[in-house]
Design a protein around this ligand. Structure first.
Ligand code: HEC
Length: 305
C-alpha cells in the first residue's frame, strides 16, 4: 500500500512539475512596461531550478528505498547486483578479473595517440581528462545543449581536424571506459544551472515516463514500477544507478557498449524505433538519469551478464 502511495505521489509530483515548468521570471519587455507605468520595481525572484530537481531526486530515491528496504542507497551503483543477492557474489568474482580490463588498456592507448596536429584528447578536457567522468553529462550554456562524455570525445576530434568515431561500441567506447576508470569512486555531481537546462531535464524525464513501442512500455514501467521482477531470463534493474557503471561489458554483446547502446536495445525490446546515437532525446535522457544518480560514485566500466 505504501508503495502505491509513493508511486502516486511521484506521478502527481511529475504532473505538478510539468505544469509549473513555465514558471519563468518576467521577460525584459514586461520589465520595461512596469517602468513605463512607474510602478515600483519588484525584483523577480530567480527560479531555483536545481531546487526543483533536488525535490525530484528525493522522491525518486525514496521510491527505491521503500521498494528495496534492505539496499543501502550507495549500492544502487551496482545495477541489478544491488538487489539480486543470488548473482551478486558471482558478479563480484568476475569483477576481480574483469572482461573489460583489456579495453581499458586499449582505451588508454587510443587516448594517448597524438592527433595529426600534435594535440591530443588531454588538451580538450579539464584535468587532462583524468577523474572527470562524474561531471558528465553537463548542460552547455553556449551551445544550449546537453554534452555527454562521448559527444565531447568526438567534439574534441572534430576541433582537432580528426574524423569522428562511431558511437555505441568500439574505439570511442574504449576511450570512454578508460576515462571512467580514472574517475572511479568520484561522486556524480550534475547541475541544472538555468531554465534551458531545466527544459532539457524535463524533456529527458518525459522520455523516461512515456509509453512507447508496440508493447507500449515506458522506461519507468520496467525500471521503476516493476523493477526487481523477472522479465523472461532477466531481472529488471532499478533505474537509480543506471549510468554509474557505464560503459558496460555485457556477455550478450561480448564487448563494451555505451549507455546509448543500451537505450537503443531497450527501445528495440518494446518494438519501438531506436533513435540515433547521441540524438538530443537520448542525451536529455542520460542527463535526467544521471541527475537521478547524483551522489552515487562512478564505478564504470563494469560487467553485466
Ligand atoms: C520491457 C522492459 C524494459 C523497458 C520498457 C526498458 N528496459 Fe531497460 N532493460 C530491460 C532489461 C531486461 C535490461 C537488462 C537487465 C537489467 O539490467 O535491468 C535492461 C537494462 C537497462 C540498462 C542497463 C542497466 C545496467 O546496469 O547495465 C539501462 C541503462 C536501461 N535498461 C535503461 C532503459 C531506459 C532509459 C528505458 C526507456 C527508454 C528502458 N531501459 C526501457 C528492460 C526494459
Amino acid at each position: 500500500m505504501r508503495k502505491i502511495i509513493t508511486l502516486t505521489s511521484m506521478l502527481v509530483g511529475f504532473v505538478f512539475l510539468t505544469a509549473c515548468s513555465d514558471n519563468s521570471p518576467p521577460t525584459s519587455t514586461e520589465k520595461t512596461r512596469n517602468t513605463e507605468k512607474a510602478k515600483p520595481a519588484v525584483a523577480a525572484k530567480p527560479v531555483n531550478y536545481q531546487g526543483k530537481v533536488d525535490q525530484d531526486i528525493k522522491r525518486f530515491r525514496s521510491f527505491y528505498s521503500n521498494k528495496f528496504p534492505g539496499v543501502e542507497l550507495d549500492n544502487f551503483k551496482d545495477g541489478i547486483y544491488a538487489i539480486d543477492e543470488a548473482t551478486r557474489e558471482q558478479w563480484l568474482e568476475i569483477e576481480e578479473f574483469p572482461p573489460y580490463e583489456l579495453s581499458i588498456d586499449e582505451g588508454q592507448e587510443f587516448f594517448e595517440i597524438a592527433f595529426a596536429n600534435g594535440k591530443s584528447y588531454a588538451d580538450c578536457f579539464d584535468n587532462k581528462g583524468q577523474a572527470i567522468r562524474q561531471n558528465y553529462p553537463y548542460f552547455d550554456n553556449d551551445s544550449n545543449q546537453v554534452i555527454t562524455l562521448e559527444l565531447a570525445i568526438n567534439q574534441c576530434r572534430k576541433t582537432n581536424g580528426e574524423t569522428p568515431l562511431s558511437y555505441g561500441q568500439g574505439e570511442l567506447v574504449a576511450i570512454s571506459a578508460y576515462m571512467a576508470n580514472s574517475s572511479r569512486d568520484q561522486k556524480f555531481d550534475i547541475k541544472v544551472p538555468n531554465k534551458a537546462a531545466y527544459k532539457a531535464y524535463m524533456n529527458g524525464k518525459q522520455f523516461f515516463y512515456s509509453k512507447r513501442g508496440q508493447l507500449n512500455f515506458s522506461c519507468a514501467d520496467c525500471h521503476l514500477k516493476i523493477a526487481g521482477s523477472n522479465l523472461r531470463a532477466d531481472r529488471l534493474s532499478p533505474a537509480i544507478g543506471h549510468p554509474t557503471g557505464m560503459p558496460v561489458y555485457r556477455s550478450a554483446w561480448g564487448e563494451l557498449g555505451s549507455i546509448g547502446h543500451r537505450y537503443r536495445e531497450c527501445n528495440k525490446n518494446v518494438r519501438a524505433e531506436p533513435l540515433a546515437y547521441q540524438s538530443e532525446a537520448y542525451r536529455n535522457l542520460e542527463y535526467y538519469q544521471t541527475l537521478m544518480s547524483n551522489g552515487l560514485v562512478v564505478n564504470g566500466p563494469s560487467s553485466r551478464k
